[in-house]
Design a protein around this ligand. Structure first.
Ligand code: ATP
Length: 250
C-alpha cells in the first residue's frame, strides 16, 4: 500500500536529461530535447508553450504513460526507465493521478463508484469516510449516488479531481483540465485544485494554454522546441501571457 507520509524536502518527480525523439534520420522530431526538472513534494507546476513545443510529451514521459528515448524519470523512489510494462502499469494505477480535459468518467457508475475506481483497481480496501474526505477536499456537494451525466461540467471535473486524488498519488498530472469549461467555472475548479493540492500536500503538474490557469501554479515552466527555456515563480496571468508572447525572442 502506498500512503507514505511525504517529506518536505524530497522531490516527487524528477526528470534528468529526458529526450524523446519520434521518427528517424531527417524525419526525426525531437519532441523533448534534454529536459531536466524536479517537482518538489507538495508543489504545483504549470507547463506552457506553443503548440508542438512538447508539453504533452513531457506530461506523458513524466507520468509513465510513455517512455523517453533517453534520460531518466524518477517518480518518488521509482526509476521508471528500468521497469517492465506490468510494473509501470501498476505504478500508473497506484501512484499517479490523471485529469484530462474530457472528464473521462464512467456513466455506468455512480459518482462515488467513479471516485473509488482507482482504489478498487488497486485492490485497496476503503470506507465511506475516505471517499467523504476526498469529496470534501474538492468541495463537491452533490449526492454521491448520482450518475456523472447528471452533473454540470464543473462538478464532473471535481469528480475527476477526486478520483485522481483518492489514492493520494505521488503526483497528479493534469492535461488542460479546464479546457472544456467556461471562464467562471474554470476559475472555480482551479481554486478547488489549488486548495486541494495545498491541503493534501499533493504534487501536481498541469499542462495548459491558459495563462489564467497557469497563474494558480507555484511555478510556470515555459517550453519551446522541446526545451525548458524559462521558468517563473507564481505570477499573474498578465505577466504569464506577456512571457508567452515573447517566447520566440529568448
Ligand atoms: N506519436 C507521435 N509521432 C510523431 N510525432 C509526434 C508524436 N507525438 C508528438 N509528436 C511531435 O512531437 C512534437 C511535440 O508534440 P506535443 O504533442 O508534445 O506538443 P504540445 O506542446 O503538447 O502541443 P499542443 O499544444 O498542440 O498539444 C510535435 O512536433 C509533434 O508533432
Amino acid at each position: 500500500m502506498h500512503t507514505a507520509t511525504k517529506t518536505a524536502t524530497s522531490s516527487a518527480v524528477r526528470l534528468d536529461e529526458v529526450r524523446k525523439t519520434y521518427g528517424r534520420g531527417s524525419a526525426a522530431v525531437h519532441a523533448l530535447d534534454g529536459v531536466s526538472v524536479e517537482l518538489p513534494v507538495g508543489s504545483f507546476t504549470a507547463v506552457m508553450g506553443p503548440s508542438g513545443s512538447g508539453k504533452s510529451t513531457l506530461l506523458h514521459c513524466a507520468s509513465g504513460l510513455d517512455r523517453p528515448t533517453s534520460g531518466r524519470v524518477l517518480l518518488g523512489d521509482a526509476d521508471l526507465a528500468g521497469l517492465k510494462e506490468s510494473a509501470l502499469t501498476k505504478i500508473r494505477r497506484e501512484r499517479v493521478g490523471f485529469v484530462f480535459q474530457a472528464y473521462n468518467l464512467l456513466d455506468a457508475l455512480t459518482v462515488e463508484q467513479n471516485i473509488a475506481l482507482p482504489l478498487r483497481l488497486a485492490d485497496r480496501s476503503y470506507d465511506r469516510r475516505l471517499i467523504g474526505d476526498v469529496v470534501r477536499s474538492v468541495e463537491l456537494d452533490v449526492p454521491l449516488d448520482r450518475r456523472p451525466a447528471a452533473l454540470s461540467g464543473g462538478q464532473q471535473q471535481r469528480v475527476a479531481l477526486a478520483r485522481a486524488l483518492v489514492t493520494r498519488p505521488d503526483a497528479m498530472f493534469l492535461d488542460e483540465p479546464t479546457g472544456a469549461l467556461d471562464t467562471r467555472t474554470a476559475r472555480t475548479v482551479l481554486g478547488v485544485l489549488r486548495r486541494a493540492v495545498d491541503r493534501l500536500q499533493q504534487t501536481a503538474l498541469m499542462v495548459t494554454h491558459d495563462p489564467v490557469a497557469a497563474s494558480y501554479a507555484d511555478t510556470v515552466l515555459f517550453l519551446a522546441d522541446g526545451r525548458i527555456v524559462d521558468q517563473l515563480p507564481r505570477q499573474s496571468a498578465e505577466r504569464i501571457a506577456e512571457r508567452m508572447s515573447h517566447l520566440g525572442e529568448w
